[in-house]
Design a protein around this ligand. Structure first.
Ligand code: C5P
Length: 316
């Protein structure tokens, strides 16, 4: 049996619209999801026992069954009990580069990498759609993390339609280490404040989704018009997260509008990202924000949009 090293990229939301409630308690969404080059690395190999082991040197990453990567391995053991009985457990080492609890789908990406890695290691021969069906059982954005690139996500976020790759745009990410936003809290608060505008009938959902599919942002993506893309960013969750966490709103305002294509919070936050047309612009923008906000809890990353989901880096 081989061991695998995989690259698990982060994602940002270029667009997040909350349409309404779903019977399963989740929200009906339309999102445009985008992979970025900032990535974790996972080493997946057979363990000597029937157990699943997670090793990670980041103090905020749990190594028990609360880690999505652990749950992904557990799911594979449950779905393929005979293969699991034959091959034994799995040992997973995570090198964390993506900030934790950031709205960047770091944990979801790690779970996606575990599904892809075990599929290879156990020679299961699952196709990408089959892996994505399993991924949807673990979390709404894990199917996207498998395929990556640029995609419209609907339903809970698990139904995907690929869009044209965008790769020539740079990204500055900024996140306070001491702020964490609970995703269930963000959605629950949005429901409390905005459920009057919710659409929950099939026709209404279809027409709201269709509107986004033919929206100026989707056109801008298909023409790789980075200025328009920057102008048209949207995230409905900002409406509840920014009032509760004013530092995040102040951080967003600290990005110089004339030097960036656009600025937005990613997912349920608290990471704020700015799109820039070149690496030198991105570095200069980061320095400008750093000069304005000297708080040592604020961290920055400069990265680029990516057209890749989970990648296999090597096998031994
Ligand atoms: O699916 P995932 O585990 O990423 O979702 C985290 C939480 O975000 C859910 O428990 C739910 O509270 C909220 N959510 C939602 N509707 C979605 C996706 C997530 O309400 N479509």
């Amino acid at each position: 049996m081989h061991s695998y090293s995989l690259i698990s990229p982060a994602k940002i939301n270029l667009y997040l619209e909350i349409i309404g409630d779903r019977p399963d308690g989740f929200h009906e969404l339309v999102m445009i999801l985008q992979s970025i080059e900032l990535a974790d690395r996972l080493d997946i190999k057979p363990s000597d026992t029937q157990d699943i082991y997670i090793h990670c040197d980041h103090p905020q990453v749990p190594t028990d069954e609360t880690n999505l990567a652990y749950r992904a391995a557990q799911l594979m053991c449950d779905v393929f009990p005979d293969v699991y009985a034959n091959y034994g457990g799995v040992s997973i080492k995570i090198e964390k580069n993506i900030p934790v609890a950031a709205g960047l789908a770091g944990g979801s990406g790690n779970a996606a990498a575990v599904l892809v890695g075990i599929n290879m290691m156990w020679e299961l021969g699952l196709t990408q759609p089959e892996l994505q069906e399993l991924a949807a059982k673990l979390g709404s954005d894990i199917p996207f993390c498998i395929s990556g690139g640029t995609a419209i996500a609907t339903g809970r976020g698990e139904k995907l339609d690929a869009l044209k790759d965008l790769d020539n745009i740079w990204v500055v990410l900024a996140k306070y280490d001491n702020i964490s936003v609970s995703t269930p809290w963000a959605y629950k608060t949005y429901r409390q404040q905005y459920s009057e505008s919710y659409v929950s009938d099939a026709e209404g959902i279809k027409s709201r989704t269709a509107k986004v599919r033919s929206s100026p942002l989707v056109h801008a993506i298909s023409y790789k018009d980075s200025s328009k893309i920057g102008e048209l960013l949207n995230n409905d969750l900002e409406k509840v997260v920014l009032p509760e966490y004013p530092q995040v709103g102040e951080l967003k305002s600290a990005f110089p509008a004339q030097d960036v294509l656009g600025t937005m919070m990613s997912g349920s936050g608290p990471t704020v990202f700015a799109l820039c047309e070149s690496e030198s612009k991105a570095i200069a923008v980061k320095q400008q924000v750093r000069t304005q906000i000297t708080d040592p809890q604020l961290n920055f990353w400069v990265t680029k949009l990516s057209s890749s989901g989970i990648q296999i880096q090597s096998s031994t």
